[in-house]
Design a protein around this ligand. Structure first.
Ligand code: ZN
Length: 253
C-alpha cells in the first residue's frame, strides 16, 4: 500500500497511534503540525477509542475473502462491502448533557465494514427497492386498466369520482402489499443473511461495550461499496493481508 507518512518530526511518527489512525498521508492527519502536548492528547483519544473496541478489533469483518454477513457454515465469496457506522459517547466525559435534541452526537465513530457476497448484497438491496417496485407495478397496472375509456366511462357512470377512488384504493393496496412482501422476504432472507445487523455477533459485542447504531430506523441498512474505506481509524488491515485495493469506495446504491 502506497503511503506517505513521511513526517519524521511528528511526535507520533511510527508509533502505534500512527498505525491506528491509519491515515493515507501526514497531510490531513489529525496530528499534522501539532506540538507534543497536543499529540499526546490525540494519542489519549485513540487509546480510549481502542479501549472501547472488542479485543480482536474489527478487521476480521473485512480482512478475509469470505462474506461476514452470511449465516451458517457456508459463506459466500466477498465481492463488496457493507458499511455500517457505530458511535460511542466519551467515557471520560462526566458532564451530563441536556437532551434538548433528539439527534445524538458521539465522541467516537467506528466504521464497520462487512465483507459481503453478491447474494447478501442483493437481498438487502431488493428489500430496500421492494416497496417502490410494488407501488409502480400495482399502480401502473391499475392505471392501464382504469385509463381505458370504456372502463373509465362505466366507472364514471356509477359516480363521477369513482375512477379516482379506485386509483386511491390501489395505492393503499400497493402500500400494504409492499409492507407484507418486505416482511415475508426479510424473514426468509434472514435464514441465510444477517438482515438485522443488530443480530450480528460483532455488532452485539460492540453494543455490549456501549456502542450504538448511528443510523435511525428499525432495520438500519448498510451502504454497499465495491471498495472498502482504507484510511482512518478502524480501517487498517492486519499486516499479513496483502493490500490490493486502490481507493475509497464507489457507491453501489
Ligand atoms: Zn453473504
Amino acid at each position: 500500500m502506497e503511503q506517505e507518512r513521511t513526517n519524521r518530526n511528528c511526535p507520533l511518527w511510527g508509533s502505534e497511534t500512527c498505525a491506528r489512525l491509519n491515515m493515507r498521508a501526514c497531510r490531513g492527519c489529525p496530528a499534522e503540525d501539532k506540538d507534543p502536548r497536543e499529540a499526546a492528547a490525540i494519542r489519549e483519544d485513540v487509546d480510549t477509542l481502542y479501549g472501547l473496541l472488542p479485543e480482536e478489533g474489527v478487521a476480521s469483518l473485512f480482512a478475509g475473502e469470505a462474506c461476514t454477513l452470511c449465516k451458517g457454515e457456508q459463506k459466500g465469496r466477498r465481492e463488496s462491502y457493507g458499511l455500517f457506522d457505530m458511535g460511542h459517547a466519551d467515557p471520560r466525559s462526566t458532564k451530563k448533557k441536556l437532551s434538548l435534541f433528539r439527534g445524538k452526537t458521539y465522541a467516537f465513530m467506528m466504521p464497520l465494514q462487512f465483507g459481503c457476497c453478491r447474494d447478501c448484497r442483493r437481498r438487502f438491496q431488493l428489500l430496500s427497492w421492494l416497496p417502490m417496485l410494488t407501488t409502480i407495478l400495482v399502480l401502473g397496472g391499475a392505471l392501464l386498466v382504469v385509463a381505458r375509456e370504456p372502463v373509465a366511462q362505466s366507472l364514471r357512470n356509477v359516480w363521477r369520482g369513482l375512477p379516482l377512488l379506485v386509483m386511491a384504493l390501489f395505492a393503499g393496496i400497493s402500500y400494504l402489499l409492499g409492507k407484507v412482501l418486505v416482511r415475508v422476504l426479510r424473514e426468509r432472507f434472514n435464514r441465510k443473511t444477517y438482515m438485522d445487523l443488530r443480530d450480528h455477533p460483532m455488532v452485539q459485542r460492540m453494543t455490549a461495550l456501549g456502542w450504538e447504531n448511528v443510523l435511525e430506523g428499525k432495520y438500519p441498512q448498510p451502504v454497499f461499496t465495491r471498495k472498502r474505506l482504507q484510511y482512518g481509524v478502524g480501517t487498517a488491515a492486519p499486516p499479513a493481508e496483502g493490500e490490493k485495493i486502490a481507493a475509497d469506495g464507489e457507491n453501489l446504491d
